[in-house]
Design a protein around this ligand. Structure first.
Ligand SMILES: *[C@@H]1O[C@H](CO)[C@@H](O)[C@H](O)[C@H]1NC(C)=O
Ligand SMILES: *[C@@H]1O[C@H](CO)[C@@H](O)[C@H](O)[C@H]1NC(C)=O
Length: 323
């Protein structure tokens, strides 16, 4: 009897382990840079930097993204925005999906500008060109939302010689208002190789608003995440309304320079997940050798996010809840 109970319990345990969705990293082995995932209507939609076009991979499970259905959604023959296509992100605004991305010319990186494509009611609908958002050098644009202040466009910009974070009201999906410098790289962990703040990503939890970003130069192993936490009442376009902490998600387990992340929700909406890139090169990397990883965000008792460390590749992990 005792034996059968134990057997039954272990069989049940086994069943639950087998039926829970699992995944392992990396989700994308090459050209996995600057990843962004949106969960919508039963699919995960992954975009990464390819340099030459914009493509979306979709799958119903996180692990399924490794072999997911992929389609190219944009290529451009206009020489001022054909090339060096970086950091695409899917955002839903006013009933339609938009792709915010960076593009420039083929000769150098001086022409990098933020652009946006307009899509349809699902991320799998077709996209058409909508607008360029700035006339100055700007990369890694993302959307930051407030119920009381409206939507903002946040991106990486130059403040003097410092690659910093800028913020501007998003007056419509293809237009921004006056931009301000939100934060400059002044901490030692933001200045390794070069002073850099880039790849901002907004996250909302328990009434708090956070803006993560990537700090230091990508060709170093010090590339990692920083965090700005909104104070809950001040004008979001003023740096005084935010508190900076970091570094987080630093190099570990053979994963170097983890960063340029995005956040997405689990299918049941209960968890926030972090998707980011890293490299096996101990000097860091800024190229297509970077791979895509995803991990759950945990929470500290003071309400701040715990990003943990990039885990060993190939480890089987529990997938997002509700898969
Ligand atoms: C090419 O792109 C630039 C930058 O976005 C834009 O100003 C220009 O109007 C475009 N040219 C054409 C022919 O669409
Ligand atoms: C939030 O920041 C603003 C400055 O932008 C400040 O005036 C306000 O007192 C701060 N509020 C809290 C609750 O710290």
């Amino acid at each position: 009897m005792r034996f059968f109970k134990t057997l039954a319990a272990s069989l049940l345990g086994l069943t639950s382990v087998v039926s829970a969705a699992t995944y392992s990293n990396p989700l994308k082995t090459t050209d996995g840079s600057d990843p962004h995932i949106a969960w919508s209507g039963g699919y995960y939609y992954l975009m990464t930097t390819t340099w030459s076009d914009l493509r979306i991979t979709r799958a119903t499970t996180l692990n399924g993204l490794k072999t997911g259905e992929t389609k190219v959604v944009w290529k451009d023959t206009n020489t001022s925005r054909c090339c060096n296509i970086w950091a695409p992100e899917l955002h839903y605004l006013d009933g339609a999906w938009y792709i915010y991305y960076t593009a420039g010319n083929s000769a150098n990186l001086d022409g990098q500008r933020p652009h946006v494509l307009k899509g349809g009611a699902t991320p799998w609908d077709s996209f058409s060109y909508l607008a360029q958002l700035t006339n100055t050098w700007a990369i890694d644009g993302s959307i930051l939302r407030f119920s009381s202040w409206g939507n903002y466009f946040v991106y990486s910009c130059f403040s003097g010689s410092l690659q910093s974070l800028c913020i501007a009201p998003l007056t419509s999906p293809g237009k921004i208002g006056t931009a301000k410098v939100l934060s400059t790289p002044t901490a030692s962990w933001e200045k390794v190789g070069n002073p850099v703040m880039e790849g901002p990503a907004a996250m909302y939890h328990d009434g708090k608003t956070f803006l993560s970003y990537s700090a230091s130069y990508c060709w170093t192993s010090s590339y990692s995440l920083g965090l700005l936490t909104w104070n809950g009442s001040g004008d979001p376009s003023l740096s005084a309304s935010w508190k900076k902490t970091g570094p987080f998600l630093t190099s570990k387990n053979g994963n170097y320079g983890p960063g340029h992340n995005g956040f997405f929700q689990s299918p049941n909406g209960k968890e926030i997940w972090n998707v980011f890139h890293a490299t096996s090169n101990s000097n860091g990397a800024c190229d297509g050798t970077r791979y895509t990883m995803a991990q759950i965000v945990n929470w500290n008792s003071d309400g701040s996010p715990n990003f943990g460390s990039p885990g060993k590749l190939g480890t089987t992990l529990a997938g997002p809840s509700g898969e």
